[in-house]
Design a protein around this ligand. Structure first.
Ligand code: SAH
Length: 214
């Protein structure tokens, strides 16, 4: 039987802090959220390993380091309204719920959305809402967002997501081909849009109007 708390401490030290994740709030959140509850029971022993893991519908829960890197780049202070595209297991949503004011998350597979919703509720989170649909269109009803995180790879940055960023808002999104992408940080400033490449990543496909075709 794995000691999950110890496994989390080791993960935060060796995979996150050692690789340059310094935001104390991000490290605290990743120390706290029980990642093993978001994966299949058969995979729990691997929940804190340094790689992604399969979840239902042929999707994946991202590697812990990638979750930390993307979250840190949003520079959350605690009051922000954040949008996540690709709820998947709900793990990233829980991390965001720890760090932001309100979290909106969209998933295209109903089963994943329902499952994530029930785990987050059980863990006591109240500042989140999960919707089933095409997240490449964003969430216009509740826009603008201070942070937007896309956890699936897309051939182009969906324009609706840029349009739904607040002034000073930040968007992290993997852009590239179906098998490999670069992670981009987009900042909306008064002078225009600033774009930074955070490095190579590998995500499952964003499927939707502004993503890949089925
Ligand atoms: N953030 C997730 C990662 C899940 S993998 C986690 O922490 O587990 C990416 C997810 O994006 C998959 O569940 C996939 O079904 C979903 N997805 C792909 N295209 C989508 C779209 N257009 N809208 C909403 N979700 C989408």
């Amino acid at each position: 039987m794995v000691n999950f708390k110890k496994a989390r401490e080791r993960m935060v030290q060796s995979q996150l802090a050692a690789r340059g994740v310094h935001d104390e709030r991000v490290l605290e959140a990743m120390l706290k959220v029980p990642r093993h509850l978001f994966v299949d029971e058969a995979l729990r022993d691997q929940a804190y390993s340094d790689h992604p893991l399969p979840i239902a519908e042929k999707q994946t829960i991202s590697q812990p380091y990638i979750v930390a890197l993307m979250t840190e780049s949003l520079k959350l202070k605690g009051t922000e309204k954040v949008l996540e595209i690709g709820t998947g297991s709900g793990y990233q949503s829980a991390i965001l719920a720890e760090l932001a004011g309100r979290v909106f998350s969209i998933e295209r597979y109903p089963e994943l959305g329902y499952r994530a919703n029930s785990i987050l509720r059980k863990l006591g989170y109240k500042n989140f809402i999960i919707r089933v649909g095409d997240g490449s269109l964003g969430w216009p009803d509740d826009a603008p967002f201070d942070g937007i995180i896309v956890t699936a790879g897309t051939p182009q940055i969906p324009q609706p997501l840029i349009d739904q960023l607040s002034m000073g808002g930040r968007l992290v999104v993997p852009v590239g081909d179906r098998l490999a992408q670069d992670l981009f940080l987009i900042r909306r400033e008064a002078e225009g849009i600033e774009k930074t490449n955070l490095g190579a990543v590998r995500f499952v496909n964003l499927v939707g109007k502004w993503g890949w075709k089925e």
